[in-house]
Design a protein around this ligand. Sequence first.
Ligand code: GLV
Ligand code: MN
Length: 194
Amino acid sequence: ADPDPLQDFCVADLNATVSLNGFPCKPASEVTADDFFFDGLSKEGNTDNPFGFGVTQGNVLTFPGLNTLGLSMNRVDLARGGINAPHSHPRATESIVVIKGKVLVGFVSTSSVYYYKVLTVGQMFVVPRGLVHFQYNVGHGKATLITAFNSQLPGAVVVSRTLFASNPPLPVEILTKAFQVDASVINSIKSKFA
Ligand code: GLV
Ligand code: MN
């Protein structure tokens, strides 16, 4: 979904003071093979949290060599029973490959149809751009997935965090009216994200 590059590469200078759609390039004379290399996905993410979820992002911010190249990858680790909570990527379609374990993956279309599949090692699923999706470890041990995006910086809108943990918070009456529940229910959910 990103625009086409205008040169072979443009390794991001993340410290540049100019702000534009992407990042300026570090001088080509300073570019080495290391700029096209990223070791981050080799390590298991920390899943010691209430979701049993760890994500390691290989996007332009962690891997500046991706700048202008239109793609990125994450590693998602799930503890037994762990979940990557419902979220969407405003700038990318996502493909998912399971490399360990057994994972329920699903998304919901704009017509509110829920599409899902249980994947085992080597199997792939695709989540169309912008649609809300999740992954849930339904196997007996840990699970690991690699996700790939057609954007250097797909962005992630985590539904729960967006609605219940924004800064500043959304007015409670927006949420009581949206979900047709009492404020106590909203405040209970909010307290989990404090
Ligand atoms: C998984 O859904 C991811 O966004 O990496
Ligand atoms: Mn995703």
